[in-house]
Design a protein. Structure first.
Length: 191
């Protein structure tokens, strides 16, 4: 276990910015954890309730240099959620969810700091729950949904880490439940 920690720290140290002709190279990738608060919006708040992601993992790739004002970004995330107070919880008092996002978008640096970036992402979300989630008042529904997801956030580099805060909205053109979330994450940034 200690060898794994040492290997990760050495790889992250090697990922420090190196100057090139077009500015300092930022770490291209990041892998880490995420958590956050989530709630159904509108009528779906009554169905799925409010809760949080007790654990999540994320990985991202964003090739940029410090001279660039715009760049591309791709992020994958998997989150395990607990929802309370919703009418979809019949057997257990907690609606348990698993969600996976795959999003692509752009990052921009609208301010002078080269360590903070504003992100805009859009993509697909898979939602699976322990009980069926009704999509209307008939109380019939499914346990699995595919839906669109969008987010706006900030990526902040602090030494070998990348911290991120995102506002996330999941639904976009589907009959699936609608959710809004405030996500917070931290990741090792590397090559």
């Amino acid at each position: 276990m200690r060898a794994l920690v040492v290997a990760v720290l050495l790889a992250s140290t090697a990922a420090q910015a190196e100057p090139n002709a077009s500015g300092a190279e930022l770490p291209k990738g990041a892998i880490g954890v995420t958590t956050g608060f989530v709630a159904g919006t509108g009528a779906d708040n009554k169905r799925i309730g409010d809760g949080f992601y007790e654990f999540g993992a994320q990985a991202s790739w964003q090739p940029m240099t410090t001279e660039m004002r715009w760049g591309l970004t791709i992020r994958w995330a998997a989150m395990f959620g607990l929802m309370y107070g919703g009418s979809a919880s019949h057997i257990d008092t907690t609606l348990r969810t698993v969600e996976m996002d795959l999003m692509a978008g752009v990052r921009t640096r609208p301010w002078s700091s080269v360590s903070r970036y504003l992100t805009f992402r859009i993509g697909a979300n898979l939602l699976r729950s322990n009980e069926p989630i009704p999509t209307d008042d008939s109380m019939t529904g499914s346990r699995s949904y595919v839906r669109g997801v969008a987010s706006i956030g900030i990526d902040w580099y602090v030494s070998i880490f990348m911290l991120n805060i995102d506002l996330r909205y999941a639904r976009l053109g589907s009959d699936a439940p609608v959710e809004g979330a405030l996500m917070v994450g931290g990741a090792f940034a590397g090559p």
